[in-house]
Write a protein that binds this ligand. Structure first.
Ligand code: TYD
Length: 223
């Protein structure tokens, strides 16, 4: 069981007149396409949207990203978790917080803390409590207003990855057991942060997925 006081530290961030959204999913879930589509739809409504990715999103964070994803050497799970958190802290201070405080901005991040819960917490075995403890200091306690989790099963992920056929990075080289644990990790994160998570069926058609996402985002904007 995770300490409830620790969980309570991670309240969805709802700054006035700004919105902080994240996208999560395993490889092949369609995140990248859906993020682009949501950005286009929100811009059509006249809103300012900024996209960012993790790890990365700042010059220093991109160096960390490159170092992790091209690593030929096994990285210690604790080091992995700390590097992801370091990149996140840098992104928060340098870009996310200033944009959200400026008002009238929508920030969308491609992966955030829930990737750390799924990849480092579950798949690498650190546990959710340890990952949250690493984040238990400002600004890392800042979490999005809404997180879209594009949920697909293992078979769909494997099939879509085969179709891509591009060179595999550090995490894409992992086996199906790793992906099974990732899915469990995301399910666990959903059960911890029920209010923040919006689970989207990633097996639906691209248009159906886009419309599910847009309607949830609009509800939040109007609400
Ligand atoms: P990326 O190419 O962006 O993956 P995808 O296109 O699937 O989003 O690579 C980012 C990788 O980093 C991805 O495999 C997940 C991993 N990751 C973690 O392990 N922990 C984290 O906290 C984050 C943000 C990413």
């Amino acid at each position: 069981m995770i300490d409830q006081n620790l969980i309570a530290r991670f309240q969805p961030y709802r700054p006035t007149n700004s919105l902080f959204l994240s996208f999560e999913g395993i490889e092949g879930s369609g995140k990248t396409t859906q993020i682009q589509r949501l950005k286009a739809s929100l811009e059509e409504l006249g809103l300012n949207v900024t996209l960012m990715r993790e790890p990365g999103g700042t010059p220093f964070g991109e160096k960390m990203r490159e170092a992790i994803l091209t690593s030929e050497e096994k990285i210690s799970p604790v080091a992995e978790a700390c590097l992801m958190a370091a990149s996140r802290a840098q992104l928060l201070e340098q870009r996310i917080i200033p944009l959200l405080e400026e008002k009238d901005n929508i920030v969308i991040v491609d992966r955030y803390i829930d990737s750390s819960l799924a990849y480092q917490g579950s798949a690498r075995g650190l546990g959710a409590q340890s990952v949250l403890e690493i984040h238990n200091r400002h600004p890392l306690t800042i979490v999005p207003s809404l997180t879209f989790y594009l949920k697909i099963d293992l078979e769909t992920s494997m099939k879509r990855q085969d179709h891509r056929g591009s060179k595999k990075d550090y995490f894409e080289k992992e086996n199906s057991q790793f992906y099974t644990k990732l899915i469990e990790g995301y399910d666990h994160a959903c059960s911890i942060f029920t209010e923040r998570f919006q689970v989207i069926d990633g097996k639906k058609t691209q248009d159906e997925v886009s419309s599910d996402i847009l309607s949830a985002a609009q509800k939040l904007i109007k609400g």
